[in-house]
Design a protein around this ligand. Structure first.
Ligand code: 5GP
Length: 208
């Protein structure tokens, strides 16, 4: 991956992290409505599907043995154990999309983001936070997908996770989803104008 440093025609790798309930998924959905050159990577997980979640769309739901096989076969760009389940990003679909010039978003936890960053520092690292912890609890409770024990676990982890926000290049406060999605779009646009990414374009303009 590192040989691809700032290649102009290559898609961007955008990593979004943030505590459960911060609204990463909703922001991605909103972004997909407006950004035509963008796809969200579908992760594999050992957690059970929630009501309404669709295989291959939300996640690839696989068992632990299959997940461990995929680790052994080096099929993940990154993987981590989060809230007692394994989650991982299948490598080849991401690399293949970026090679075709498509920007790819990974919606992954802080451990996975650190693994990706080690191999791909030119990626775009964005941390999404809720406006307050009170609001975060309200959102997770209203979502109704976690039992009280799971809810408490996610709330306990939330503050620890948010402490990592300043390690990311960008922080987006998700108070209102359309505003937050616009901020992520602006980040993507600015990254595309980075001089490092446009070196070959400049050569082209001056006719070298
Ligand atoms: P959930 O169970 O709510 O769908 O996801 C729980 C946490 O796992 C979220 O923080 C989410 O960003 C993270 N996650 C989802 N997919 C991946 C993945 O492929 N890799 C890593 N490292 N984390 C993931």
């Amino acid at each position: 991956m590192s040989s691809s440093f700032y290649e102009r025609d290559k898609g961007l790798l955008i990593v979004i992290s943030g505590p459960s309930g911060a609204g990463k998924g909703t922001i991605c959905k909103e972004l997909l409505k407006h950004e035509k050159n963008l796809e969200v990577s579908v992760s594999a997980t050992t957690r059970d599907p929630r009501n309404g979640e669709v295989e291959g769309k939300n996640y690839y739901f696989i068992n632990k043995a299959n997940f461990l096989d995929m680790i052994g076969n080096n099929e993940f760009l990154e993987y981590a154990k989060v809230y007692d389940n394994y989650y991982g990003t299948p490598k080849s679909p991401v690399l293949e999309k970026m090679d075709r010039g498509i920007d790819v978003i990974l919606e992954i936890d802080i451990q996975g983001a650190a693994q990706v960053r080690a191999n791909y520092p030119e990626g775009i690292y964005i941390f999404v936070v809720p406006p307050s912890i009170k609001e975060l609890k309200k959102r997770i409770t209203e979502r109704g997908t976690e039992n009280p024990e799971q809810l408490n676990k996610r709330m306990e982890c939330a503050c620890d996770e948010i402490r990592n926000a300043t390690k990311y290049s960008y922080i987006v406060i998700n108070d209102e989803v359309t505003v937050a999605a616009k901020q992520v779009s602006a980040i993507i646009t600015a990254e595309k104008c980075r001089s490092e990414r446009l070196k070959s374009k400049i050569e082209e303009i001056i006719g070298r």
